[in-house]
Design a protein around this ligand. Structure first.
Ligand SMILES: [Zn+2]
Length: 356
């Protein structure tokens, strides 16, 4: 297929894996025992992604213990549970951890999971990691004695650089930075100052990479997706996208299928996208339980193709299917069926566009 298509990352965890994780959290399962459950979940995820014809694989974030944002610091003695709260539209709240003292270090790197997954596949492999800007929210607003924010940011960037280089060294063909807080920041601060600071910190990280490396680094934006609810869908993309395209990444993964007026968003993308930026448009609505047909996906791709030229148009899902490990609002079966529709519908569109 000549039009690229990739997942965002997370696949719902099975009931078996979730049960094992809760036993592990209660100290009733050893690390070695837990490892067997993770391994089985990764193997099953990769088998299913291959079965639906995924050209680029991932481990479905089965090993990202509790969430897409916290996996790197869980169990770290320098972290407390009472960090920043993220309110969702349906009233539920997710809370980030809070750094209590320096230095900031990852307890585990995402790249460590890559060889454990790649033993099951020969296909190109993508690794999603949390963005530097989201990690920056772990530092408390009131500061930490003897560990100024500047030192924290320097440590954070060093850890993130090591993470990305580690992903490439382990054979990842693509690294995606999850930037869900971008759209949320405009809701929290309509002046755009927080968004500006987020973009700056992500660019400080990307500046450490060559233009060739940056082409293999992507950034994902969405309105959040948890228990079939969002945190910032009411923020107008017009407030985010012009700034988003200032990020020095090569690929942009943009939730679009759930938008009320995708045509308007595509016009904004067309206006602000830089010439070498590849746009992965979301053609699968992960919040909507209805499974898209290949024809619906094809229509969405053809619509996007009127605004984004080949070869800079690619497709993705709007978001991960379960960024938090206990989100069971979508079944694994539904997620794989939606991914199958994305792959089939993208191929159908590519043929109609004459690029297959
Ligand atoms: Zn997302």
């Amino acid at each position: 297929m000549s039009m690229t298509t990739e997942s965002i990352g997370s696949i719902p965890r099975s009931a078996k894996l979730q049960h094992a994780l809760s036993l592990y959290d209660q100290g009733q399962l050893s690390e070695a025992e837990m490892e067997l459950f993770y391994d089985e979940a990764v193997k099953d995820t990769i088998m299913n992604l291959e079965a639906v014809g995924s050209p680029v694989l991932s481990d479905g974030e089965q090993r990202k213990t509790h969430s897409f944002a916290t996996y790197g610091v869980e169990g770290d003695k320098n972290m407390a549970a009472d960090g920043l709260c993220i309110p969702f539209h349906d009233g539920h709240v997710r809370q980030l951890p809070r750094l209590t003292r320096g230095p900031f270090r990852f307890a585990r790197f995402a790249y460590e999971a890559i060889p454990l997954a790649r033993q099951y596949t020969q296909k190109p492999f993508k690794q999603a990691i949390i963005s530097a800007s989201a990690l920056s929210l772990f530092y408390p607003e009131q500061g930490i004695a003897d560990y100024p924010r500047e030192q924290f940011v320097a440590d954070l960037l060093a850890e993130q650089e090591k993470e990305i280089r580690g992903c490439f060294a382990q054979g990842a063909s693509k690294v995606q930075l999850d930037f869900t807080e971008g759209r949320l920041s405009v809701k929290l601060d309509p002046s755009g100052q927080i968004l500006r600071s987020f973009i700056d910190i992500n660019n400080m990280l990307l500046d450490r990479f060559s233009p060739e490396e940056r082409q293999k680094i992507g950034i994902h934006t969405c309105a959040g997706s948890d228990h079939d609810s969002t945190h910032s869908a009411d923020v107008d993309y017009a407030e985010l996208l012009p700034s988003l395209f200032e990020i020095k990444a090569g690929c942009f993964y943009i939730a679009l299928a759930c938008e009320k007026d995708p045509e308007r968003v595509l016009k904004i993308i067309q206006q602000y996208r830089k010439p070498d930026q590849v746009i992965f448009v979301g053609v699968i609505d992960v919040i909507n339980p209805e499974i898209e047909t290949a024809q619906i996906v094809c229509d969405r791709v053809l619509q996007a193709a009127r605004y984004i030229p080949h070869p800079y148009l690619a497709t993705t899902d709007d978001c991960g299917f379960s960024p938090f490990c206990d989100d069971t609002s979508t079944s694994r079966e539904a997620a794989f069926a939606k991914i199958a529709a994305r792959i089939e519908g993208t191929a159908l569109a590519a043929r109609q566009l004459g690029i297959a």
